[in-house]
Write a protein that binds this ligand. Structure first.
Ligand code: P6P
Length: 341
């Protein structure tokens, strides 16, 4: 039950607004609307087979991926929730080729919302945790019909970012630029309650997350880095490592946020034209903001993700993120390789 000790998301946002004036009423409304939409998604995901929403929708998205029914529903829930509030100038989604304008019947606001409505959705049919990832940008002054170029802002310009995990409990992880905080959905109250304030990722780790089946396709420094992790105590790193790979970025990142680790989705030559698998604008950038606010690091293996200047809405990027000392160690392998080539 709620008590004066429990801090709801709404109370947290009001107290953050008092402390940081850039958090205005529209941004507060945006976060609350997205959180409410994620509660609806959590209910739909939680029904599993009983909801008649498992399996493929029979359509594909701009990524060339088959859409799950819940991908389509989650996308629609987020679009509908954010249409009427007057806080957004537009939305962009992994599931839509082009930016989505706010219908003319509603007032427009000063923020741009980008999201992956249901990350890891290929895991839904096997009942593994999935989630929503979102990023908030300011719409450039004077722009009322934002186009792709208005969304293509560096990750350092984000005003907020978050993800949810629809797992044993439903969690909302949020940063507004002043720390990373965790809220747990109290299903009796129907609201998110602050359960961890200002999370910090341990700088060191013995755990890495990567899809090892791609190993033969990685570039040389990546091969050497992982080989040295696998060599354990007898190897150059002088300690044994553990591996985890959920194949849901939200689940892997949340484990890292909670106990440390490094998450890597590097470039591989399976499809050499693609710079990586994960999308910059609504996966890598929001996760990088969240991780950095928790004291971690997020790079491409060579440069800071948040500094990248985007050129396309759905562009992909290699991702190394998590415990700062381990991200530095992985970058050192790439730096040494590059200095010799
Ligand atoms: P793989 C899910 O499709 C996703 O975008 C991320 O959530 C996840 O980390 C990655 O792809 C998994 O990729 O190649 O292991 O299936």
């Amino acid at each position: 039950m709620s008590s004066s000790r429990t801090i709801s998301l709404m109370r947290f946002l009001i107290e953050e607004q008092r402390a940081h004036p850039h958090i205005n009423a529209d941004l507060r409304l945006l976060i609350e609307v997205v959180a409410r939409a994620c509660k609806t998604i959590s209910i739909a995901v939680g029904k599993g087979d009983l909801g008649g929403l498992l399996g493929e929708a029979g359509s594909g998205n701009v990524q060339g991926e088959a859409q799950q029914k819940l991908d389509v529903l989650s996308n629609e829930i987020l679009l509908e929730a954010n249409a009427w509030g007057g806080h957004l100038a537009g939305c962009a989604s992994e599931e839509m080729d082009d930016p989505h304008p706010i219908p003319d019947v509603y007032p427009k606001g000063n923020y741009l919302l980008l999201f992956d409505p249901l990350d890891g959705s290929s895991n839904i049919d096997v009942n593994i945790s999935v989630g929503t990832i979102f990023s908030v940008l300011r719409c450039p002054d004077g722009v009322t019909e934002p186009r792709v170029e208005h969304y293509c802002q560096a990750g350092t310009t984000q005003v907020a970012a978050g993800y949810t995990v629809y797992g044993p409990s439903t969690l909302l992880v949020l940063t507004l630029g002043h720390g990373t905080h965790v809220f747990t959905l109290d299903r009796e109250l129907g609201s998110f309650v602050l359960t961890r304030r200002d999370v910090k990722i341990p700088a060191e780790t013995r755990e890495f997350a990567i899809n090892m089946s791609n190993q033969r396709h990685w570039e040389a420094p990546m091969q050497r880095y992982i080989d040295d992790l696998l060599a354990g105590q007898q190897g150059p790193r002088g300690k044994d490592f553990n591996m985890r790979w959920v194949a849901s970025m939200v689940a892997d990142v949340h484990r890292i946020l909670t106990r440390g680790g490094i998450f890597i989705y590097p470039w591989d030559k399976k499809d050499a034209a693609k710079p990586g698998k994960l999308r910059l604008m609504y996966e890598a950038n929001p996760m990088a903001f969240i991780v950095e606010q928790a004291g971690g690091k997020a790079t491409t293996g060579r440069e800071r993700i948040l500094d990248l200047q985007p050129t396309a809405l759905h562009q992909r990027v290699p991702v190394f993120l998590g415990s700062s000392a381990e991200v530095d160690a992985a970058m050192a392998y790439h730096r040494e390789h590059d200095s010799q080539s």
